[in-house]
Ligand binder design. Structure first.
Ligand SMILES: Cc1cc2nc3c(=O)[nH]c(=O)nc-3n(C[C@H](O)[C@H](O)[C@H](O)COP(=O)(O)O)c2cc1C
Length: 366
């Protein structure tokens, strides 16, 4: 039987993924010590999906500076203690045959929220300094709906953030991650620069697309510079703000092309998160057309994500040439062994069913 497209290996630079069914970054808000150091929860959460057959497992949005955390319970990579804790996790993911990846992030004007769960004010917008939060920063002093007004970054502060991104990337490489993903989506700092809805600057970081993309381009260049040639660099975009005067798939394709020329390899296409009150056409695979658009206009490798939940659906997206690989988020939370189950469902012989679990392996042809 011909191997289904989603189970074909994929090689990017020196990184080979055993299949094209991947686990995206998903914040766990589980650093209860508030020190940015990942915990046993992260080991079992990420390790479970690696054991479950995912080709790539990307660790959650991990802040490059403390003020870049969405909440005090986020992970970080701004110091070596965090690097050492991540190393254990990257090593375990690798031991299970998956590629370990990590998303490097700064939450910008959406930083400093109350913890996502287990706090009386969860869901209550920005935590003030008195509440244990901090002053947020952004391209411009424009608040996200329901959040505090951020302070516009100075050029000197932007310079130091680029350095922080490179230093975090170096630690990620040292920890053993083989895919680094720059988070330029979901209304966080880099997306805030890209989008005219949140960037009203009049200097070299605002206005024309080239200027709005300048921070991202500097980060891509700085991160690539610390990465060995054989490791893969991903960028996650929100390809549209879902409003006519926002960042859109045409601009995203142009920026992806620039990032590719600067050394980024794969574009992880998501959407939204920067503008509230918009209508998003939620339906199975609703973001796949965005991936298809960026992939075909920028001639780059790109992945699809969003309401992809079944083996047949995921496989068809890759088989039809609409994406190079597929990320399944919530489906992996429901079933960390999704890929093992998908192999059974699609009738694929795989050699990575965990030997410890062999007595539970379903027969393909009973
Ligand atoms: C619990 C949870 C945490 C998430 N955290 C992140 C994150 O850290 N970075 C990111 O880019 N997207 C994050 N997302 C979005 C997912 O990566 C994914 O794009 C989204 O859930 C849509 O895919 P799905 O329908 O397969 O879940 C998160 C989603 C969930 C459910």
């Amino acid at each position: 039987m011909k191997t289904p497209a989603s189970f074909e290996p994929l090689t990017v630079r020196g990184v080979t993924f055993r299949n094209r069914l991947w686990a995206p970054a998903m914040c766990q808000y589980s650093v209860l010590a508030q020190d940015g150091v990942p915990t046993d929860w992260h080991l079992t959460h990420l390790g479970g999906m690696a054991r479950g057959g995912a080709g790539l497992v990307i660790a959650e949005a991990t802040a490059v500076v403390p003020e870049g955390r969405i909440s005090v319970h986020d992970t970080g990579l701004w110091n070596d203690a965090q690097r050492d804790a991540w190393k254990r996790i990257a090593t375990f993911i690798t031991s299970q045959g998956a590629v370990p990846g990590i998303q490097l992030a700064h939450a910008g004007r959406k930083a400093s929220i109350f913890p996502d769960w287990g706090h009386p004010q969860s869901g209550g917008g920005t935590a003030s300094v008195d509440d244990g939060g901090w002053q947020t920063v952004a391209p411009s002093a424009l608040a996200f709906t329901g959040y505090a007004e951020p302070v516009a970054l100075t050029v000197a502060e932007i310079d130091s953030l680029v350095t922080a991104w490179a230093q975090a990337a170096q630690r990620a490489v040292d920890a053993g991650f083989r895919v680094l993903e720059i988070h330029a989506a979901h209304g966080y700092l880099i997306h805030e620069f890209l989008s005219p809805k949140s960037n009203a600057r009049t200097d070299e970081y605002g206005g024309a697309l080239e200027n709005r993309a300048r921070l991202l381009m500097r980060i891509v260049t700085a991160v690539r510079a610390v990465m060995p040639d054989d490791l893969a660099l991903f960028v996650r975009f929100s390809a549209t703000d879902w409003v006519s005067d926002g960042f859109n798939e045409e601009e995203c394709s142009i920026v992806a092309d620039w990032c590719h020329a600067a050394g980024a390899d794969v574009f992880d296409i998501s959407s939204g998160g920067n503008v509230t009150g918009v209508t998003i056409p939620l339906s199975p695979g609703y973001q796949v057309p965005l991936t298809d658009f960026v992939r075909s206009h920028a001639h780059v490798s790109a992945t699809a994500v969003g309401l992809i939940t079944t083996p047949d659906q995921a496989n068809a997206i890759v088989a039809e040439g609409r994406a190079d690989a597929v990320f399944l988020g919530r489906e992996h939370l429901r079933d960390p062994h999704f890929v093992l189950h998908a192999a059974v469902s699609l009738g694929v012989e795989i050699d990575y069913w965990p030997p410890q679990y062999r007595r539970a392996r379903p027969k393909l042809n009973p």
